[in-house]
Design a protein around this ligand. Structure first.
Ligand SMILES: Cc1ncc(C[n+]2csc(CCOP(=O)(O)OP(=O)(O)O)c2C)c(N)n1
Ligand SMILES: [Mg+2]
Length: 318
């Protein structure tokens, strides 16, 4: 099952939007126009956009701290993302969260600060869909470093026992903060751990958007049909540094170059050319539209008001 022409075009548009928005925000952070840092995902756009492609608005997403691919993929706009980063009252959290993106009406659950704490919450989310007799699927996307948090094992065990409609999607970008994953874990693959809990797994090319989309679409269908959880691992590579304050230098130039040749945006563009869907002129128009959309979002975020102090107490228990 391959994405049809319209789906592929939409996946490509979203990847280009993510790349343009991240690059723009990186400049804004460096210029101190945004009151926080950023963790970007240059080269791994196909994972976030691909895993959210087969999801419905009524499905749930637990996303990552890295980049905007899954957030754009699941239905956030550049305005909503930038308003959050700027800490403005017009954002989803009304200026309370900063980098912690959310859009509950699109099924995007708020990103927690403590990585891995979402494993248990995602189990509860999937369990609530079963209890409410809906066919909603929950997808939790996390990094290979985060997969070492003990809650991942507990979540796999309970999701398997209760046959929950939960997808564990691991974006393996081979780096955990400033270290190679091979320096912190004895195994290169994460997904086979799922077998210990009776959860089927697949390892796939995370830089091919059609593969990511198709692999996830099968897992989503299985979950929706009551077949239980699946663990998916997508192999990719982080060409960004860990975050905007990281000077880098610990990733070999040849390694970065080798992955540049497997760039997911370039590969998708080639496929669109092959299929005769997108030509040179169409590409230029698409990019111009995306750049205008991003600039409009920057203007919106910068002109939006900061929250009033009383927002700190709203929606709190006591
Ligand atoms: C519990 C916890 N420990 C440490 C951190 C700090 N931290 C932020 S990002 C990160 C790296 C996570 O690596 P990985 O899961 O592979 O995701 P990637 O950054 O590569 O996308 C760490 C350790 C955190 N946010 N939460
Ligand atoms: Mg990583």
């Amino acid at each position: 099952m391959q994405p049809d022409d319209n789906t592929l075009m939409e996946l490509y548009r979203k990847m280009l939007l993510v790349r343009t928005l991240e690059k723009r925000l990186e400049h804004l952070v460096t210029a101190a126009r945004v009151p926080c840092s950023g963790h970007f995902g240059l080269g791994q756009e196909a994972v976030g956009v691909g895993v959210t492609g087969p999801l419905r608005t009524t499905d749930y997403l637990f996303g990552t701290h890295r980049g905007f691919a899954e957030y754009i993929g699941k239905g956030m706009s550049p305005k909503e993302i930038l308003a959050e980063y700027y800490g403005k009252a017009t954002s989803g959290s009304k200026g309370r969260l900063g980098q912690h993106l959310l859009k509950v009406e699109a099924g995007i659950m708020p990103l927690p600060s403590s990585l891995g704490s979402e494993f248990g919450i995602s189990v509860g989310c999937a369990l609530s869909s079963v209890r409410r007799r809906t066919d909603a699927v929950t997808l939790n996307l996390f990094g290979e470093g985060t997969a070492s948090q003990p809650d991942c094992s507990a979540a796999l065990e309970m999701a398997s026992l209760w046959k929950l409609p939960l997808i564990f999607a691991c974006s393996n970008n081979q780096y955990v903060e400033l270290d190679r994953y091979s320096n912190v874990s004895p195994r290169a693959d994460v997904a086979p751990r799922a077998e210990a809990y009776g959860v089927p797994f697949e390892i796939a090319d995370g830089n091919d958007i059609t593969v990511v989309w198709e692999t996830t679409a099968r897992a989503v269908q299985r979950a929706r049909d009551g077949g239980g959880p699946t663990f998916l691992e997508f192999k990719t590579y982080r060409r960004s540094t860990h975050y905007t304050g990281d000077p880098g230098g610990y990733q070999a130039e040849e390694e970065i170059k080798a992955w540049e040749r497997k760039d997911p945006v370039d590969r998708c563009r080639s496929l669109l050319r092959q299929r005769g869907i997108l030509g040179e002129k169409g590409e230029q128009e698409l990019l111009a539209g995306i750049e205008a959309q991003v600039e409009e979002a920057v203007r919106f975020a910068e002109e939006s008001p900061f929250p009033q102090p009383d927002i700190a107490e709203a929606n709190s228990y006591a």
